[in-house]
Design a binder for this molecule. Structure first.
Ligand code: ATP
Length: 506
């Protein structure tokens, strides 16, 4: 396209001069235009033949203003994660007072690797290290180095490290490092191997005098090449997990700091209701609550706005004017009532809300949260979880003597849990053993029987509970048909009506 325009311009000017009869002065200008055209053409071809630089920091080679890569983020912006901040203090001190360490012959830690689920604050921590040390923050995503042309990724790695050296002290942050750092024998991708080799070489040789720290982040530590993890490269591996209740409270406080909250909002209650969510989810909930308040023309954010935001984040967008058939609506009501009833009787989490208003991809849902953060679960608790998951289908069978496709997601989750019980937790009749992928592949028939036994047991237990409490099941599903949602208070009232002691867990 550009090539065409250059040639066209040169040609047009030549024709123009010829047409205007300007041949007297024309020859000189004509040659000048042709030369300019050819010059532009050469530049264009050269720029095309150069490997294209990736869009983020890698393409900003000619940024002269160092401050463009500075960050104002500090540890104050990060809630919780106290032990990680403490661990990073030493690294920060290394950069801030490097001479002190050099005099003692200590070498600066080469690299820090953050690993853990998405949205837990890994990028934020890396930025804070840069902010606390007033270092240049160079962000690159692993996928930016992945190219099909051999050598391009490696060149980008070189460019990145050269830039870091020029702007030291600096923090190189490589997000999704697994995109280039997966074990080399797993696949024979020449380009990827070269990129990883280049990264290893750079990490070996870059820190003679400069104060540069490389921080990597990944959700899959298990996939990374051993060479990348060995001491001298990514020396320190730090797990960044989902926040516990105290940390969730602090994160919510950070993200509601600049929002006008009304007196109904109790941050601790919100923290309790958001078990298992990441820092990014919590930031999203706080923001969503503010947006909902604005949408409702309110000047303060209330607890109702937060509840709506939690539901939005956990269950998806509410579908307005759904076209669910009446018969299907009845099935959904019975299905969700089954989940809620068995969850409550087996005391699987606190049931907050049951709804048959479709949201996202689900036609109905039960919102429930554990009462407290749990780190260990017993075998019986896992079996109970499976019963609660299969209770939707069991309720359909009990009431309609027929089952539907609505249990797909429940079946996935229950089967996954049962598989973990057999293969990871040693909780089957095969004994106290864990199995790796190879073992699983060769013994799948035996494992399948074990998994099936667990699921059958869970289903049987769910069906038994539902049969014994059929009257409550009908009451919950009828109420859902009338009111579409039931909150925890209403559910307690229903149980109270039938005088069922709520703590009748097996
Ligand atoms: P990914 O693995 O998906 O790249 P990540 O672990 O790098 O995610 P971040 O990008 O650091 O996650 O976090 C996303 C957002 O979540 C942050 O910008 C911030 O708003 C919020 N957040 C996460 N953790 C915290 C925390 N501990 N304190 C305050 N905010 C947090």
């Amino acid at each position: 396209m550009m090539l065409g325009s250059i040639l066209f311009t040169a040609f047009t000017f030549n024709r123009y001069y010829a047409y205007m009869g300007l041949n007297r002065i024309g020859n000189i200008y004509r040659y000048a235009f042709w030369l300019a055209g050819i010059g532009l053409l050469v530049c264009f071809i050269r720029s095309k033949s150069k490997p294209q630089l990736a869009p983020s920091i890698l393409s900003s080679e000619n940024i002269t203003n160092k401050d463009k890569n500075k960050t104002n983020t500090s540890f104050k912006d990060i809630a919780g994660l106290e032990e990680i901040k403490e661990e990073l203090q030493e690294t920060i001190d290394f950069i801030n007072n490097s001479s002190k360490y050099r005099k003692m012959g200590a070498r600066i830690p080469q690299g820090v690797l953050f690993y853990g689920p998405p949205g837990t604050g890994k990028t934020l921590l890396a930025k804070a290290v840069a902010g606390e040390t007033k270092s240049t923050f160079l962000y690159a995503s692993g996928s930016e180095f992945v190219e099909k042309y051999v050598g391009v990724g490696a060149k980008r790695v070189r460019t990145l490290f050269e830039k870091a050296k020029k702007e030291a002290p600096s923090i190189i942050f490589i997000d999704e490092i697994d995109a280039i750092g997966t074990r080399r024998n797993l696949e024979s991708n020449n380009e990827k191997d070269q990129t990883l080799n280049q990264l290893l070489v750079e990490m070996d040789g870059f820190n003679t005098d400069e104060t540069i720290i490389v921080i990597g982040a990944t959700n899959r530590l298990d996939l990374l090449d051993e060479a990348l993890l060995r001491p001298g490269r990514f020396d320190r591996h730090i797990y960044v997990g989902n926040p516990n209740m105290k940390a969730r409270k602090k994160i919510l406080e950070v993200h509601t700091k600049n929002k006008p909250l009304d007196s109904s909002v109790n941050i601790l209650d919100i923290a309790k209701k958001t078990h298992g969510l990441s820092g990014a989810d919590l930031a999203n909930i706080a923001n969503e609550a503010a947006i909902i308040a604005v949408r409702n023309n309110k000047v303060r954010v209330s607890i109702d706005h937060f509840d709506a935001a939690i539901e939005r984040v956990l269950a998806g967008l509410e579908i307005k004017n759904p076209t669910v058939l009446l018969k299907e609506k009845r099935t959904i009501a019975v299905h969700e009532a089954g989940h809620a009833l068995v969850s409550k009787i087996l005391k699987i989490d606190m049931v907050q809300k049951i709804s048959i208003i479709p949201r996202g991809q689900s036609l109905g849902y039960v919102l429930k949260f554990p009462e407290e953060d749990r780190y260990l679960l017993t075998k019986q608790e896992l079996l109970n979880k499976i019963s609660a998951l299969l209770a939707g289908r069991a309720a359909e069978e009990l009431v309609f003597n027929e089952i539907t496709t609505g249990a797909k997601d429940d079946l996935d989750k229950a089967t996954d849990l049962a598989r973990k019980m057999v293969c990871n937790y040693g909780m089957s009749s095969l004994g106290h053993m864990a199995m790796d992928e190879e073992h699983i592949k060769h013994n799948y028939d035996v494992l399948r029987v074990e998994i099936k036994n667990i699921l059958d047991r869970g289903y049987r237990d769910a069906l038994k509970i539902l049969k014994e409490n059929k009257d409550i099941l009908h009451r919950i599903s009828d109420t859902l048909m009338e009111e579409e949602t039931i909150d925890s208070k209403k559910l307690d009232e229903i149980f109270e009506m039938y005088k069922k002691p709520i703590d009748c867990a097996t």
